[in-house]
Ligand binder design. Structure first.
Ligand SMILES: Nc1nc2c(ncn2[C@@H]2O[C@H](COP(=O)(O)OP(=O)(O)OP(=O)(O)O)[C@@H](O)[C@H]2O)c(=O)[nH]1
Ligand SMILES: [Mg+2]
Length: 302
């Protein structure tokens, strides 16, 4: 008899910057969620859906668990997004990164076990491409296995696409047997409008990682089709005039570069031509202001 169809939610959790979002894009086989070298890139719980002939994987990307190190209200909103994902999950993928298991990983692991004691935890040991000698992986894996808390441990390189099929197979074994919960062609629970704001923020993070604080956010002011062209107008909010000057750049070159890259990512994601107009505005202190957070799409569902 053929194996029954599996379908379920997988919370992908870990400390900031271990490669959770890169891993989800790799498992989906296409870019959905944003990634950058800047820690705390992901701010929302985002669902990425992958349907195969045998299973429907419902991956929940989550903000890196900070233990409250992000500023004020934003830290709480981000940790809440991660705990909501955990409460929905049938299985947890805890992501750590080579070369070693850190104190922060230990804290995330304890947090998962406290919040979801009955959920199987698959440990993905990411960034194996960073190990100069592959033999170094064996003692690390043995050490992690000896903890006895992980249902499985799979070494992967999210960026290099190494061993992702093996990870998916292991995950499927922990999902309940049931019919798909979403139409098979659906990729996410997020709107194109939401993803447009994310793709702009990604380029700001990638180009201005050092100069621009990570609380920078993006709001979509217009999103409509005009004579066959998708017109998007977005505002990038920064906290200080000096940051605005850096982002805009000499003769607008910085903003233009952000716009061109974000438009390319969007066009490839949506499969259509896009006009993308960008503006920069200064709005101080929004990360600590609950009302401003809601106005920018944090806490609500958009
Ligand atoms: N060398 C290497 N780098 C990787 C790998 N996977 C991810 N990265 C890099 O690690 C950085 C962080 O990746 P993200 O996917 O944004 O990490 P994240 O865990 O989602 O981070 P937050 O959303 O900030 O919590 C990026 O620069 C990635 O390119 C990998 O397999 N190998
Ligand atoms: Mg992320």
């Amino acid at each position: 008899m053929a194996d029954p169809f599996k379908s379920g939610y997988i919370a992908v959790v870990g400390r900031p910057n271990v490669g959770k979002s890169t891993l989800i894009n790799g498992l989906l086989g296409q870019k959905l969620v944003i990634t950058s070298p800047k820690p705390q890139t992901t701010r929302h719980r985002i669902l990425g859906i992958k349907t195969t002939p045998n299973a429907q994987y419902l991956y929940l990307d989550t903000p890196g668990l900070t233990g409250g190190s992000a500023p004020g209200g934003l830290a709480r909103t981000m940790d809440r997004a991660a705990s909501e994902a955990l409460s929905e999950a049938d299985c947890v993928v805890l992501v750590a990164a080579c070369p070693r298991w850190r104190e922060e990983d230990e804290r995330v692991c304890a947090w998962v076990r406290a919040h979801a004691p009955d959920r199987p935890i698959v440990l993905a040991v990411n960034k194996v491409d960073r190990l100069a000698a592959k033999e170094a992986l064996l003692p690390l894996m043995a050490d992690l296995a000896a903890r006895g808390v992980f249902a499985d441990i799979v070494p992967v390189s999210a960026r290099g696409g190494t061993n992702l099929d093996a990870l998916a197979t292991v995950i499927a074994a922990h999902l309940p047997a049931r019919a798909p919960l979403y139409p098979e062609e659906q990729l996410s629970d997020r709107s194109e409008r939401f993803l447009a704001a994310e793709f702009v923020r990604e380029q700001v993070f990638r180009r201005f990682a050092k100069e621009i604080p990570y609380v920078t956010t993006v709001s979509i002011e217009e999103f409509r089709v005009v004579r066959g062209l998708l017109r998007i107008r977005a505002v990038i909010y920064v906290e200080k005039e000096g940051q605005k000057a850096i982002l805009v750049g000499r003769s607008g070159a910085g903003l233009k570069a952000v716009g061109t890259s974000a438009r390319r990512v969007l066009e490839s994601h949506l499969g259509r031509k896009v006009y993308l107009g960008l503006w920069v505005k200064v709005r101080g202190g929004w990360a600590d202001n609950a009302q401003a957070l809601r106005g920018l799409g944090y806490g609500g569902d958009n």
